[in-house]
Design a protein around this ligand. Structure first.
Ligand code: AMP
Length: 517
């Protein structure tokens, strides 16, 4: 569908109206399916009920609690149709954090996207001390007659994503209806040439990369084959479902794909329909793309980059064999239409600033953070370094805040990671400081994949021939698999645990290293 309407609310209604009467499936889990027609009627009915909750300015958010359930889609659409800001919350969010989120955003209602009839009562108990109503989402509610009117404007908030950090006050990132409409129009262009029967449901709804899955399903009336993250280890079962559903569009972080590639059945013979791979959220590495090119001959691989603050992603590029063969890391892409990226040029790579229609409203009730990150309306400072080639192609240069001092020397952890990843046979690596008495005293390197202590030793040796000694990690670990956080990115907080359990390790001794004890 060509998203035509200029008004974001009209655009959403136009997309929604096409669901009516379509018996095609919109969502598939291992136990349930939802047709577009049922999604249409159930969301309309719930929107009507929501519209009766007093909130004249459509400003009090609706929290949607669930994980990969068709009811989540119904709740999502009901909020959009009623013009309310929606807040996704995963079921495994700790109770205290959930209470903080409900309080911080002053939620008007909590919608429970779960088939279990007891779930609302249990959640109500979890939210003790809050008088927020908790409602279940009904897939078979009596169809409403028409869309309820609402007063939400294009610049009102469509959704709030709470960042996945575990410490301190939750950070609510607000994105407006105008931002969302701009993203939807971009999706139509980005995948204009692609044809696919189905879309993966890899990403948790609390992570905005899931919007690639949702909107590409909804724009093209294609089903999502949802991956319940409790089944993550059973990749064979998921591959079987993707094959049966002839899924053609894969959306994920590089980390999810790297785990999936461990399964030899993840290939073009088992999954002949799978032809487009879209990445976002983390640095896409050459070994991942090379494996996809080998296993899915002729497939299209798109790399996209962006922060939640700027509506999912702001750049995109088709990765080619030339990119793989080039000496630099893979590019993150060209700026999407209506959005501009700027960074000071130069060898040190300046911070990427984003301006334009993708830049969201910013943080909920956090004026200090807001002032630092959004120096002017419509302008966001990413904290990422970037380099722009003359033709407008961008390269990611790591996070600015990953620059630390180790024994007085300035060290960029992302730089060292990138250097290790460039070594032959290395899929992915993470470098973190080794802390002693609150001070970074050396570096830990975590190497993913099947590697032995000998490989670690060779890597350390190679690095010490190529880099000054203070940039070579002292402690090397391998023989474990990455644990992923809620956004399906490598969970860096978990790595100290990996160090304790790693099967293989190596200590690189530098001739002039200071003693660490
Ligand atoms: P989030 O807001 O959780 O989506 O995280 C956004 C951050 O993830 C960005 O500011 C980057 O640091 C990183 N990121 C996102 N996409 C990419 C990419 N394609 N390559 C490298 N880093 C990325």
């Amino acid at each position: 569908m060509k998203p035509q309407a200029d008004d974001p609310h009209q655009l959403l209604r136009d997309i929604h109206r096409r669901f009516a009467g379509s018996g095609a499936e919109a969502y598939r889990t291992t136990s349930e399916t939802l047709s577009f027609d049922r999604l249409y009627h159930a969301s309309l009915a719930l929107a009507e009920t929501l519209a009766r909750v007093p909130d004249p300015r459509c400003s009090r958010p609706v929290l949607i609690w669930g994980h990969k359930d068709p009811r989540y889609l119904v709740a999502y659409w009901a909020c959009l149709l009623a013009g309310r800001p929606l807040v996704p919350a995963e079921q495994d969010t700790p109770a205290e954090r959930l209470r903080q989120i409900v309080q911080t955003c002053d939620a008007s209602v909590v919608l429970v996207a779960d088939a279990d009839p007891n779930a609302p009562t249990q959640l109500h108990k979890t939210l003790t001390g809050s008088d927020v109503p908790v409602w279940s989402v009904d897939l078979d509610a009596a169809p409403a007659q028409d869309l309820p009117p609402h007063d939400a404007a294009p610049d009102d908030v469509a959704y709030i994503m709470f960042s996945s950090g575990t410490l301190g006050q939750p950070k609510g990132i607000q994105v407006t209806y105008a931002n969302l409409a701009d993203f939807i129009r971009w999706q139509d262009q980005l995948l204009a040439g692609a044809s696919f029967n189905g879309v993966t449901g890899n990403i948790r709804h609390c992570f905005d990369v899931s919007l690639f899955e949702l909107w590409n399903s909804w724009l093209r009336l294609r089903p999502i084959t949802a991956l319940n993250h409790a089944d993550f280890a059973n990749s064979t079962g998921y591959i079987r479902r993707l094959a049966a559903d002839q899924v053609g569009l894969w959306v994920s972080t590089p980390s999810i794909t790297r785990l999936m590639l461990r399964n030899r059945r993840f290939n073009g013979t088992t999954l002949p329909a799978l032809s487009t791979f879209l990445f976002c959220g983390e640095a896409l590495t050459k070994p991942v793309v090379q494996s996809l090119f080998d296993r899915f001959p002729g497939c299209r691989v798109l790399n996209t980059y962006g922060p939640t603050e700027c509506t999912v992603a702001v750049t995109a590029v088709d990765i080619t064999a030339d990119h793989l063969a080039a000496p630099e890391d893979l590019p993150i892409g060209y700026a999407r239409p209506g959005t501009a990226l700027v960074a000071d040029p130069g060898p040190d790579q300046g911070e990427i600033e984003i301006r334009g229609a993708s830049v969201g409203r910013g943080y909920l009730k956090l004026p200090d953070k807001q002032g630092r990150a959004f120096p002017a309306p419509g302008c966001y400072r990413t904290g990422d370094r970037g380099l722009r080639r003359a033709d407008g192609l961008w390269y990611f240069g790591g996070r600015i805040d990953r620059e630390i001092k180790v024994q007085g020397m300035r060290v960029d952890l992302d730089d060292i990671e990138a250097h290790i990843r460039r070594q032959p046979g290395i899929e992915d690596a993470v470098v973190e400081p080794y802390m002693l008495r609150g001070e970074a005293r050396a570096l830990n390197a975590y190497i993913f994949g099947d590697h032995t202590a000998d490989v670690l030793k060779q890597l350390a040796g190679q690095m010490s021939r190529e880099l000054p000694p203070y940039l070579v990690p002292r402690f090397w670990y391998a023989g474990f698999e990455a644990s992923l956080n809620r956004n399906s990115k490598i969970d860096r907080a978990w790595l100290s645990e990996a160090a304790r359990t790693a099967d293989h390790r190596h200590v690189h001794s530098q001739p002039d290293a200071e003693t660490l004890s």
